[in-house]
Write a protein that binds this ligand. Structure first.
Ligand code: PHE
Length: 340
């Protein structure tokens, strides 16, 4: 037998037909008039007759084999296509798109807003680039206060001073100046300080500040409001402690601590073995601040507080490094699934 026939026979048997394109190239190679089998038939016509007879038989077998393979492959492809489309059930609900997760700082911010909204506080907003008056002067900061130095605050311009706000208290000032009391508002937002970046500090972070100004607002209102907040945020068992402190814009001022969530007051490394963790600064709005905003301190009094959202989020989710919040590490972020 002509060795070429044997070789074509092997090729026919081994040709992989998986797609319509495969089938077509198979057809061109072995079945069509220009294919290898046809050209051997042409060649045969010129041969001597005894050769012709022998070759004719094997060539006919080859042609049959090639055609049979073509038919089976064609049928298989058609069957596959029809079963595939019958498999699709258009009434099934679609596979849901993957949803992202909410940033933990947002989860905490929303929770804080939710708690204070139920106490009648609305949400106020203000600029992150601020002039000296709204960030410092109106808030009773003395001329030589260290926050007014370049080392502590990012200035955008000097004389007149424009800066990245160091706290959200500028929104308190804008609110008191532009509207009439009573006020009950919280002010979430981003703030900036010229600090070295570490596990506990960053050059930007987020605060929520609160302000309540009305006739007869007293220190007891401040204490009860923050006590209520602490229990809502961290659980019914949470205790609070007020420590005397100083801020230029409040008098008297107090630091608010909560009982440590990890050791429940027994002492651990989170609370540095004191049993208490600081969460906010607070106090009664200084009469000078009210006066600076055109409010009569004889008629109105108020309290204010400010807390770091990062700090509260770290306590809430036991996060030990503040830098994680701004590194965009998907392994960290995807742990905070949204509650839809
Ligand atoms: N503005 C203060 C800070 O950034 C926080 C604060 C707000 C303290 C209101 C008392 C009253 O540290």
């Amino acid at each position: 037998m002509d060795p070429r026939i044997k070789s074509i026979e092997d090729q026919v048997n081994n040709f992989l037909i998986k797609t319509k394109e495969d089938l077509e190239s198979y057809r061109l190679q072995f079945i069509s008039k220009k294919g290898v089998v046809s050209s051997l038939f042409d060649e045969m016509k010129t041969m001597a007759s005894e050769h012709k007879k022998q070759m004719g038989k094997s060539l006919n077998d080859l042609k049959q084999l090639a055609e049979e393979r073509f038919k089976t492959a064609q049928e298989a492809l058609e069957n596959n296509a029809s079963t595939a489309s019958a498999d699709v059930d258009l009434t099934l609900p679609m596979i849901p798109n993957k949803t992202g997760s909410q940033h933990p700082l947002n989860l905490t911010r929303f929770r804080i807003i939710e708690i204070f909204e139920r106490l009648g506080f609305n949400v106020e907003d203000g600029p992150e680039i601020e002039n000296d008056w709204h960030n410092f002067t109106a808030l009773n900061f003395p001329e030589n206060h260290p926050a007014r130095e370049m080392q502590d605050t990012f200035f955008v311009e000097k004389n007149p001073d424009v800066l990245l706000r160091t706290h959200t208290s500028n929104v308190q000032i804008r609110l008191m100046k532009n509207r009439k009391p009573p006020f009950r508002a919280i002010m979430p937002g981003r703030v900036y300080r010229n600090e070295a970046i570490s596990a506990r500090a960053h050059c930007f972070f987020h605060q929520v500040e609160g302000l309540y100004v009305d006739k007869n607002v007293g220190f007891a209102d401040l204490k009860q409001t923050l006590y209520h907040f602490a229990k809502e945020m961290f659980g019914k068992e949470t205790k609070i402690r007020l420590r005397p402190s100083f801020f230029p814009f409040t008098e008297p001022s107090a630091e608010i601590d909560i009982s440590c969530l990890i050791c429940h007051g027994k002492g651990c490394n989170v609370c540095k073995y004191s049993g208490w963790v600081e969460i906010a600064g607070s106090g009664m709005v200084h009469p000078n601040v009210l006066r600076n905003c055109g409010i009569d301190p004889e008629e109105y009094t108020g309290f204010a507080f400010g807390m770091g959202i990062e700090r509260i989020t770290m306590l809430r989710y036991s996060i030990n490094d503040l830098r994680l919040f701004s590194e965009n590490d998907i392994r960290f972020l995807k742990q905070f699934k949204p509650v839809i």
